[in-house]
Write a protein that binds this ligand. Sequence first.
Ligand code: TYD
Length: 139
Amino acid sequence: MGKLTNIHQVEIIDLPKFEDPRGNLSFIEEELHVPFKIERTYWIYDVPGGQVRGSHSFKAQQELIVAISGSFDIVVDDGKEQKTISLNRSYYGLYVPSGIWRQMENFSTNSLAIVLSSTKFSVEDYIREYGDFLKYKGL
Ligand code: TYD
């Protein structure tokens, strides 16, 4: 599944945005704004300054990460190349395919990261050691 993916498949998805003097509204529909069926949603919040989350890869899980509030950086790595994407708008989603090593860092105060996942939670889907990740990618 994730063996052949690379960081060029990581992309910012522009979400709909209804600007309104009463406040803006954005939304996500599965298989329209995310290229997968949404099986799970989780969020990361109350991150103390300087903390890093999500240093791992998934064999099957694809995801869309949205900075609902505040900002943070996502470092994505396919074993050969690495890039950092800053998310700071609630109408951008970052699509991350399976088989990408990713780390979330530089969380601003009160930032809120929401992650839409293509899979239910599974411990077996995680690759937590970078060496194992490189092996998985055949590198
Ligand atoms: P984990 O994905 O390891 O967090 P991070 O890599 O960002 O530091 O998740 C932390 C803990 O939460 C871990 O023990 C598993 C649990 N967890 C669930 O039970 N269900 C979920 O959907 C997620 C994302 C995590």
